[in-house]
Design a protein around this ligand. Sequence first.
Ligand code: SF4
Ligand code: SF4
Length: 116
Amino acid sequence: MTIAQVAASARRSLGPYCESECRALCCSKGILPIDAKSQPRFGNPGSFIVLDNGCPHLFASKCRIYQNRPSACREYPIWVRGNTVTLSTGCPGVQSGKFYAHERQLLRLGATVLRQ
Ligand code: SF4
Ligand code: SF4
C-alpha cells in the first residue's frame, strides 16, 4: 500500500462516524481550505473558506453536491503532500484517535505524520 492509499482508507473508515456521531461538524462549523479550482463553487475569493455558519451545500447533515464536492472536502481531515501527512486537529475523529492504526501504517511506510 502507498501513503495515499492508506490515507484514502483512513478517510473511508471514518465515514460511519462522520455520519452518525460527528454529523458533519467540518461542514457546519469547521474551516476547510479550498483550492483555487473549488472557489467558484463557493463564491469565495479567499484561499480559505470559514464555515462558521455552515456550508451552503449542507442539508440535514448531508452534502448536496457530494459527488462533485471540492477536492478540499474530499481530502479532509487528512492531507497528503509527498511523504508528509497532516491530520486536522479540528476533526473529532482525529482527536479521538480513530486513525491510530492508520498512523502506525503510515509511519511504517516512512511518512512524517503531523497534526495541524
Ligand atoms: S469533522 Fe471529522 S469526524 Fe466530523 S464529519 Fe468532518 S471529517 Fe468526519
Ligand atoms: S461542499 Fe459538501 S463536503 Fe464540502 S463543506 Fe460543503 S457540505 Fe461539506
